[in-house]
Design a protein around this ligand. Structure first.
Ligand code: ZN
Length: 110
């Protein structure tokens, strides 16, 4: 009989939007710190909620079923959700594309 012990232990998290279980590498974490501020990052202290990285669909699904409030054990205001949405989407993009150079344009000399 094969033992599962030979498999590397990959910690799995459940996305609160689509409820799919996946390795935490493909997810972003939203945490509510002890001071009540929301923050994004897998090392943030406090209660955390996981979402598929860069997925608007998962975020919106989580908002619709009020999954944030449940996962974080506290109400999340509409303003906070708006901030989170932007924050999460930029996280998803930045991890897959890497740093982008700032384009300087608009200054066209005659
Ligand atoms: Zn998801």
């Amino acid at each position: 009989m094969a033992e599962a012990a030979t498999l590397p232990r990959v910690p799995e998290r459940t996305c609160i939007g689509c409820r799919r279980k996946t390795a935490s590498a493909g997810l972003v974490r939203v945490a509510r710190r002890s001071d009540g501020e929301l923050s994004v990052g897998r090392t943030e202290p406090g209660r955390g909620a996981w979402l598929c990285a860069g997925s608007v669909a998962c975020f919106d699904a989580a908002v619709q079923r009020r999954a944030f409030g449940r996962a974080l054990r506290a109400e999340v205001s509409g303003q906070e959700l708006g901030w989170l949405r932007e924050r999460l989407l930029s996280e998803g993009v930045s991890t897959s594309e890497g740093p982008t150079g700032h384009k300087l344009e608009g200054v066209v000399g005659a």
